[in-house]
Design a protein around this ligand. Structure first.
Ligand SMILES: Nc1ncnc2c1ncn2[C@@H]1O[C@H](COP(=O)(O)OP(=O)(O)O)[C@@H](O)[C@H]1O
Ligand SMILES: [Mg+2]
Length: 372
């Protein structure tokens, strides 16, 4: 008998597409089975609209946000239909969809901490005919948590082992999970920029959405002065729990730091420095907690060999870097599978313990359920 089927939808801060998986979870062996996967493109115009809003420093027009709720809701519904079309299953066989939503702002700071993911789950549920679970992050914030990252409990469920392991997700923002040793609690937090700043810089200079295989970064030389300036940003020294977003680490943030370095003349020098910033900040954070570990990498950054090499150099010989591919799931689908897992948790009414990860006060049942 097949375990219950769940769909996970994840559209990260990179806005490189909507990751969709049809998954089932084996509670005994702690294995995930992906029955179908699909990457739904985000139309350019919609991506531009969402990016412009999420990085605007002034109050955006309210109707724009409401329109994006609808546009992303429709896109997510379409993603599910395309995913199902690739699979041998129909909507009636799916227990629920877990939809993360598209983050527009993530600002978990006082006095009014908030996070906003758009993509109306009512639309997803009604258009697909499948119960949809969404709005995962706000319950965590309501309980005093920083609202991210959410993948650590799923990483623990899927990758736990007796050997010391760190799971590293390099999306637009990077986050790590420190799988617990002995009686340690589960820890995990955002380490800062992942691919996001590099993406924004190549978009500005080469008009391409990302630096394929890190080639542009490799053609330049890291500027140590700029790197140190970037690393001196207070976010990197903050203690966990901590989370961040593209509304903080963006081109505006970079331009302010670059103002001190008028002599930097080439775009590739900046790109090389941004790559080192991602690698070094991740390595620094891992080394604060571990002096030896297997580092399992997932997210789009694992396709950038220059980035992984830099990370390996900063971490040194005590750390082995591998992707999650040989550990039960291809690296591109981990986050979407995570939200399918969260849908399962919600439908079963099981609380998730993020207390040591996000700092929320207590374990909590996450997500709202929207009827089909
Ligand atoms: N071949 C590649 N070379 C360099 N970077 C890549 C490659 N493939 C994917 N990426 C990076 O991965 C990003 C997408 O990663 P993803 O995990 O989907 O992030 P998010 O969760 O923010 O959507 C792209 O924007 C790009 O920067
Ligand atoms: Mg993505």
């Amino acid at each position: 008998m097949t375990n219950e089927l769940y769909i996970g939808l994840m559209s990260g801060t990179s806005m490189d597409g909507v990751d969709c998986v049809l998954a089932s979870f084996d509670e005994k062996s702690h294995k995930v089975h992906l029955h179908a996967t699909h990457l739904e493109e985000i139309p350019d115009a919609l991506k531009k609209e969402a990016l412009a809003l999420s990085q605007s420093q002034t109050n955006p027009h309210f109707t724009k946000v409401c329109e994006l709720e609808v546009k992303f809701g429709q896109l997510f519904a379409k993603s599910v239909k395309n995913l199902l079309a690739k699979s041998s299953y129909t909507a009636s066989q799916i227990k629920a969809i877990g939809s993360h939503g598209q983050t527009l702002w993530h600002h978990p700071h006082p006095p009014y901490p908030f996070t906003l993911q758009v993509g109306d789950p009512n639309i997803i549920a009604k258009e697909t005919g499948i119960i949809t679970v969404a709005d995962f992050r706000r319950a965590d914030i309501a309980l005093g948590g920083v609202g991210a990252p959410f993948v650590p409990p799923f990483h623990e469920w899927l990758f736990n082992s007796n050997e010391p392991r760190v799971i590293l997700n390099i999306g637009g923002i990077a986050n790590i999970t420190l799988l617990p040793r002995d009686n340690e609690p589960l820890l995990g937090f955002d380490t800062g920029p992942g691919n996001g700043l590099m993406d924004a810089w190549v978009m500005q200079h080469l008009q391409t959405p990302f630096d394929k295989d890190g080639a542009f970064a490799q053609s330049g030389k890291c500027h140590e002065g700029l790197l140190n300036k970037l690393l001196s940003d207070p976010f990197f020294a903050l203690k966990a729990p901590k989370s961040t977003g593209k509304d903080y680490f963006n081109l505006l943030w970079l331009q302010k730091k670059l103002a001190d370095f008028p002599a930097i003349s080439t775009a590739e020098e900046v790109q090389a420095t941004l790559l080192q910033l991602t690698a070094k900040s991740i390595a620094n954070h891992i080394q604060q907690y571990r002096n030896k570990a297997l580092v399992l990498v997932c997210g789009g950054g694992c396709h950038n060999p220059v980035l992984l090499k830099a990370l390996s150099q900063h971490l040194g010989n005590n750390f082995t870097i591998k992707t999650t591919q040989d550990y039960g799931i291809a690296p591109d689908w981990v986050e979407a599978a995570c939200f399918a897992w969260y849908a399962m948790k919600r439908i079963k009414g099981e609380a998730v313990d993020l207390t040591k990860v996000t700092g929320s006060r207590e374990p909590v049942v996450l997500g709202g359920v929207y009827a089909s």
